[in-house]
Design a protein around this ligand. Structure first.
Ligand code: NAD
Ligand code: MG
Length: 333
């Protein structure tokens, strides 16, 4: 652990899997995170049962891996730790089904804080409520584990009824491989708000809008869509890989002086700070959460429209054609 961070970071030596060795973990859901948690826990010697609806197409896949599979209600009734790994929008419904199976001293665990932070799930006071959130898609959580590598993770304790919530959460983090890489302690609020802000303003929203705006600007000015695609989308990965490896400086050091000077003097002009602050505010005051919850209750009319528009954007058609023509398309997974 280091003093340089305000948040503690935990590694394997800080965690003890024996804290959950005599417990049963119910993993509800077998998607991206669910399959990785269930398989890593099983390989770490933890007693796991996967909870899936009778009609779930994932049942066979889980059983083929030697996992015990039952319904969410039965899995929750048999277990001491229940990890909710169904989609966030589905979690309140699944929680309603299993809430009566949570005994005093049991643990309700999450991989994202949305439903707790925005009051969509209100667990009883006598259960522990924790979060272990790998900072990576599930297939990497699984692949890293099988290669004896770790996946960075977040840990948060929302409610500690037993006094053992954190030790148990650390044990779980170790069993899925997160303390191999380092697990940062945070809160449900910090995780939820930074996660939503990041995916909206920078990662998913910000970056796609930046790419599309650059592409459209070039195409509208008469340049070829193929050139615009390479310049604005394809090369993004090369730049981001350098930033991932060694921060912004590694990237600046690797590009030409011309690119560096142009980027340093011009980049700021496309950033809307007030827009970013508004996004953060609507995350903090719950406005985004309310909008998304009612959008789901209405069966996602706006979501479907936005998705269709994204699909219909010229950059999709150009990209599909170019990825077929060039070798990098084939070497991707
Ligand atoms: P997912 O969409 O990949 O999988 C969810 C699984 O839940 C499905 O495969 C299915 O088994 C089950 N399911 C789906 N609909 C259901 C329904 N109506 N009723 C019951 N079960 C249903 O979900 P995910 O991406 O693994 O997300 C699970 C949790 O992990 C979420 O809280 C998410 O925020 C969090 N998380 C995800 C990632 C990621 O990269 N995917 C990273 C960190 C945290
Ligand atoms: Mg996220």
């Amino acid at each position: 652990m280091t003093d340089e961070f305000t948040n503690e970071i935990y590694y394997d030596e800080d965690a003890d899997v024996s804290n959950i060795e005599d417990k049963t973990v119910a993993v509800l859901g077998y998607g991206s995170q669910g399959h990785a948690h269930a398989l890593n826990l099983q390989d770490s010697g933890v007693d796991v049962v996967v909870g899936l609806q009778k009609s779930s197409a994932s049942r066979e896949a889980a059983e083929d891996e030697g996992l015990a599979v039952t319904t969410p209600v039965d899995a929750a009734s048999r277990s001491d730790i229940v990890t909710l790994l169904v989609p966030d929008t589905v979690q309140p419904t699944v929680y309603e089904q299993i809430r009566d199976e949570l005994d005093a001293g049991d643990t309700l665990q999450f991989a994202h804080g949305f439903n707790i932070h925005y009051g969509q799930i209100e667990p009883p006071a006598d259960v522990d409520v924790t979060m272990i959130a790998p900072k990576s898609p599930g297939h990497l959580v699984r692949r890293n584990y099988t290669k004896d590598e770790g996946t960075p993770g977040l840990l948060a304790v929302y409610q500690d009824a037993t006094g053992e919530a954190k030790d148990e959460a650390l044990a779980y983090a170790k069993a899925i491989g997160c303390t191999r890489a380092g697990t940062i302690e945070t809160t449900f609020r910090e995780e939820t708000e930074t996660d939503l802000f990041g995916e909206q303003a920078v990662l998913c929203g910000g970056v796609t809008d930046l790419v599309k705006a650059g592409f459209e600007t070039l195409v509208d000015a008469g340049y070829s869509p193929e050139m615009a695609y390479f310049e604005c989308l394809n090369e993004m990965k090369l730049i981001v890989d350098l930033m991932y490896e060694g921060g912004n400086m590694e990237m600046w050091n690797s590009v030409s002086d011309t690119a560096e000077y142009g980027g340093l003097t011009r980049g700021e002009a496309v950033i809307d700070r007030e827009g970013m602050e508004e996004i953060l505010e609507s995350v903090q005051n719950g406005e985004f959460a309310r909008e998304w919850i009612s959008e789901n209750q209405a069966h996602r009319p706006a979501y479907k429209q936005y998705r269709q528009a994204e699909q219909d954007h010229q950059i999709e058609e150009v990209g599909e054609r170019l990825r077929d023509l060039f070798a990098w398309g084939a070497e991707q997974e």
